[in-house]
Each structure stands twice: as C-alpha cells, then as structure tokens.
Design a protein around this ligand. Structure first.
Ligand code: ADP
Ligand code: MG
Length: 595
C-alpha cells in the first residue's frame, strides 16, 4: 500500500469513529487528539530540533485559562470584553498570549545548552503551574467553571461526538502543516539543528531563530490543545497543567517516535489507552488505589530507550508494507547567482592573524591571500594550526588579533552565517552531514541563503516553486560532484569518501566565491582522489577561489597553484609547489629532519 492509501484509510476510520463507537471510546479518542497536539509540538521541538522541554503542560494551561477567563469573567473592560463573547475569538487570544509568554521564556532559556535547557523548562513549568493555582482571579485550586460550549454553524458542540470532529480537524491540520514545514527550506534549517550549530550556521542558518520558531510552534499547538480542553470539559483547574503532565507529554513523544510527526499520534494514543487500562487493572491486582500506571510508564520508557531509541513509529513503519516513495526532483528553473569577483582579484586576505587558546598559541601572525581562480593549499603536520586558521576565516572562532578581509570587506568578528551570506562556503574536516536525511536534502541545506520562503509559507505549501528550484539546484550540484545515483540515499549510508564529496556539493549549492575545504581527500581512495582533483581543477577554471587544507602532500602538489606551509602555528614557507617541496624547513617539518 502506498503512503497516501494508508493516510486515506486512517482518515476514513477517523471519520467513521463517532458513528459506531460507544461514548467511552469517543471520550478516549478526544483526549488522544488533545494530547497528540501537544506531543506533535514536542516532536518538532525535541525529536527534530533536539530541544527537550518538560514544560509544555504549562502552555496548555495558558491556552485553557485564557479562554476560560475571558469567556466567564463579567465586567471586563471594553477593550477585552468583546473577545470573551465567543470561544472563536478567544482561540486567537489564547494562541497569542501563549506564544507571547513562550517568546519571553524562549529568549531566556533557549540559549542554555546541554542539561540547563531541560532544567529551565522544569523551572518555568513549575512556576506557571503554581501561578494558575495561586491567582485568585483564576479561581485558585478550585478553578474556573461555567465555560461556554463552542458553537459551530449554530450547533453547540456539547456532545463529545461532535466535539470529536473539531478536535481531530485541528489535529489533522497541525499534522499537515508540520509535515509541510519539515519538508521545506525552513524545515531543513530546523532539522539541521541536530547537526550542530556550527554546521548550520556555516550554511547560513540562523540557529537561534530556528530554535525559537519551533519553540513557538510547539507552544501554539499546546495553546490550541488547552483551548479545546477548556471548552470540552467546560471547567478548568490547575491539575492537568502540572509538571508531571509535562513529563507525560514528553513520554508520549519519545515512546511514539520523537522524530516523526505520526509518532506524536501513536505515542498519545498508546499512553492514553494504556493509562486508562492500567488505572483499571493495577489497583485490582495490588488491592490498593494509587497511580501505579506511572511505574509501568517508567519501565516502558526505559525499555523503549533501550530497544527502540527512535520510538515505536519507525518500528511500525518497517512492519507495514510501504511502496517506496522516491520523490522525483522536478526540473525547475535556475536560482539566482551572485556576481563573481574578477579572475585574479584577491578574494581572501588574512593579515597577521593570531589565535590563542589559553597559553597555547595555535596561530601566530599568519598571513595569506587567495585569488579568484586559484587553488591555495595550506599544508602542515597534524596540530600545526590549519583547522584553527580555517575557523578564524569562516567566523567559527574570532581571532585573538589580526584581520580577515573577504571580497574587500572585513569579516573577522562577524558571525559565520554572515560570512556565508557574503559568499564563503566550507566543508568540515570531520564530516557534518545529517545521516538520516537524504543526500539531496543535505545538499539543499547548502542553498539555504538562496531561498526566502518563510515558516508560514512552508506550512501552507505556498513556496513550492522556490522549493522546486532549491531541490533542482541541489540535484545539479550532486551530479556535478559525481554522486547522481545517490541523490535519494540517506547520507549516513554512503562511504566516508562519498560523504566528504557530499559536503563539497553542499558547499557548492551556496554558489560561493570562495570555497574552503578542510582535508577533503582524507579517506578517499585513489580513483576518488583523482576525481576530486579533477573537480577542483574545473572549479578553479570557472573562477572559484579555493583554500584547501590538506595533509596529503602528493594530492596537493599536482593540484595547487601555490602552497603555504604551517608548523607550530606559524608560516614556515610559501610559494609554488615545486619550490616548497624542496624547502629544507618543510622537509624537516614533514619528515622530522630525516633526509
Ligand atoms: P591542524 O588542523 O593543523 O591539525 P588544529 O588547528 O586543529 O591543527 O590545532 C592546532 C593546535 O591548537 C593544536 O595543538 C590543538 O590541540 C589546539 N587547539 C585547537 N582547537 C582548540 C581549542 N578549541 N581549544 C584549545 N586548543 C585547541
Ligand atoms: Mg585540522
């Protein structure tokens, strides 16, 4: 069965549900839908973006309380009172307020790295929970009752059977939009977060912005869930918005499959049904009442983390027969190209660059320049400081002293994505690809700055023309480096040498004026090296400036126009390959003085 048919079958079952199922099951499905919305936000945030949040329940609470308060409070000032007239007006209000709170919290916490971010989410998750319980106008721990039902086309959705359709319509809309977003330029930027900020920023992605975007989307989904909950229950109190529920949402996302949108649905369904069942069963077994199901969830979580790291969705997908859905890259028009510097003009100039790591001087008064249409090789023994210089030039690490000029402007101290925007593109010594993404998508990340489709446009599929051009460009670059038959393969499935070549294609997709390659020949076989040398020669002839860091002398000698040799952070020689090759200092550095 094709993916489309599975979806159609699922939709048909979903639509028929309320016509045949008993009340109890519909209630259960309603809750699954509400939870799935929150879990979907976590799929985006945690599974795709790698940002763990325990605090989503608090956002559900803000959504629920906003609508509850506005629709039940009498005597509000005129400028807000009109919102409370209908739940359809409080929906945007609930989303806006939640997103506004999330924006403040996000700006404060998202820059925290490692375990500090989850701790931060726990902190504000608890604060908001206690706020709900302690603010008198929100009814304290008693909560707010008398919340009106939602009316749709004049029908009051008091019956869970009708409300069901509203919930699932929203869940499906959220699934669709999320799926679309992930399959777009912005989505690739979001997925690139897991490849580390250095790689994403080098491709021009504003990683801080991408993180905030998914944080706000996750908060908005939680707000919608809260709004639905308030008008389904028609009563709210703080209990469902506590930290323990925040943890449960995370369980749902992780157990379902945090990297997959359908995993949110699976996780929400599984945990909700299991919880219901265990709440009936376990107290009878133990002969006492208590939240025994939490213990089972804990064990289940540990089991899943051991046996199916990526959650259960990928396991199920492997079981279900799915016809291969190899997307075709449509032939689309070309992307705009930047005006290139004139052949022979200086593109890059490093002047007296110094880099110190504490007491270690990794680069000491390094100077070099690269012209358009020239390959400059930077060589030297391991630890000489080549990668350090590379990082200074590309803006990963600012120099301690000295200047870097690129295309006539000073770039030292600029963020690496700003330098990328000006036309510098790079590969990494240690390959930084997204292993589970296709080669095509990996390379398309390189073209990030050549598109402009935003988050909303992507979610609504309004940027398909541009997306087509981006993917076509990526496909062209993959063909250019000779990997056309691997376009749809997962990048992680390629041999190391091929992965390095994918990195070159990704860098080329940016349409750079200067290409920086950190040890591109490492791990390549002889024929692959020859192909690489031929490719670099062609690029040079097209007018590209290339700075090549290399360990392999033989590879460099046949290819480079000029060579700079480093040792212990200093330049020890510079000149034509044959000059440098005969230089006694260089022989000493490479061979340790053995002649
Ligand atoms: P190469 O690329 O030429 O092999 P590197 O530039 O990676 O050399 O390293 C040069 C020196 O700087 C090495 O001694 C290395 O240990 C040190 N170094 C590199 N990066 C850092 C860092 N972030 N912190 C401290 N020392 C570093
Ligand atoms: Mg290095």
């Amino acid at each position: 069965m094709s993916a489309r048919n599975w979806v159609v079958a699922f939709l048909a079952l979903l639509a028929l549900g309320p016509l045949v199922l008993p009340e109890f099951h519909i209630t259960l499905l309603n809750y699954i839908g509400l939870y799935a919305l929150v879990a979907l936000g976590l799929v985006l945030l945690t599974g795709v973006g790698g940002l763990t949040s325990f605090g989503q329940a608090a956002f559900v609470g803000i959504g629920a309380y906003t609508s509850a308060y506005l629709t039940t409070t009498e005597g509000l000032p005129d400028f807000v009172a009109w919102v409370g007239v209908s739940p359809w007006l409080t929906l945007p209000a609930a989303i806006l307020l939640t997103v506004a709170v999330a924006a403040v919290l996000g700006l404060l916490t998202l820059r925290l790295s490692g375990h500090y971010l989850p701790l931060g989410t726990i902190a504000w998750g608890m604060s908001l929970y206690f706020l709900f319980g302690n603010v008198s106008f929100l009814g304290g721990h008693t909560g707010v009752s008398g919340i009106p039902a939602i009316s749709l086309f004049g029908v009051e959705l008091k019956d869970g059977r009708y409300f069901y359709y509203l919930i699932w319509l929203m869940v499906l809309a959220a699934l669709w939009a999320t799926q679309n977003l992930l399959d777009s330029r912005e989505g690739r930027a979001i997925r690139a977060l897991k490849g580390g900020a250095v790689m994403a920023e080098a491709m021009g992605v504003d990683t801080a912005r991408s993180k905030l975007v998914i944080f706000l989307i996750a908060a908005a989904f939680a707000a919608v869930s809260g709004w639905l909950y308030a008008h389904l229950q028609r009563f709210v109190n703080p209990t469902p918005f506590g930290l323990h529920i925040g943890i449960e949402y995370l369980f749902m996302a992780v157990i379902g499959g945090a990297g997959h949108v359908w995993g949110a649905l699976l996780g929400a369904g599984l945990i909700t049904i299991l919880k219901q069942w265990l709440q009936d069963l376990l107290p009878r077994i133990f002969g006492a009442s208590g939240n025994f199901e939490i213990i089972v969830f804990g064990l289940l979580m540990i089991f899943v983390l051991h046996r199916a790291r990526d959650g259960l969705w990928p396991v199920i997908r492997r079981l279900a027969p799915l016809r291969g859905a190899r997307r075709k890259v449509e032939s689309a028009g070309p992307l705009g190209r930047r005006t290139k510097p004139a052949a022979g003009s200086v593109v890059l100039e490093v002047k007296d660059a110094v880099k110190k790591f504490g007491g270690l001087t990794a680069n000491n008064h390094m100077s070099l320049s690269v012209r358009a249409g020239e390959i400059l090789a930077l060589i030297g023994p391991n630890g000489a400081g080549k990668s350090t210089l590379f990082n200074l030039i590309t803006g990963v690490d600012p120099p301690t002293a000295g200047e870097v000029h690129f295309l006539g402007g000073r770039v030292d101290g600029l963020a690496s994505r700003e330098i990328a925007r000006r036309g510098m593109s790079r590969t990494f010594q240690h390959v930084r690809l997204l292993a589970t993404m296709s080669v095509l998508e990996n390379v398309a990340i390189g073209a990030h700055l050549r598109g402009g489709g935003g988050v909303m446009a992507a979610a609504l599929r309004l940027e398909r023309a541009e997306e087509g051009r981006l993917l076509a460009e990526a496909a062209r670059q993959i063909e250019r480096v000779g990997l056309a038959e691997h376009v749809f393969d997962a990048a992680g499935s390629l041999a190391l040498g091929q992965q390095r070549t994918v990195e070159i294609a990704r860098a080329l997709a940016a349409d750079p004026s200067l290409l920086l390659l950190d040890e591109p020949a490492a791990g390549l076989r002889y024929l692959e090296k020859q192909a690489l040398a031929e490719l670099l020669g062609r690029l040079r002839d097209e007018g590209m400036g290339i700075l090549l860091v290399e360990h392999d002398m033989d590879f460099v000698m046949g290819l480079a126009d000029r060579v700079v040799v480093m040792e212990f952070g200093e330049k020890i020689a510079e000149g034509l390959p044959e000059e440098v090759q005969g230089n006694p200092d260089v022989i000493e550095a490479y061979l340790g003085g053995v002649d």
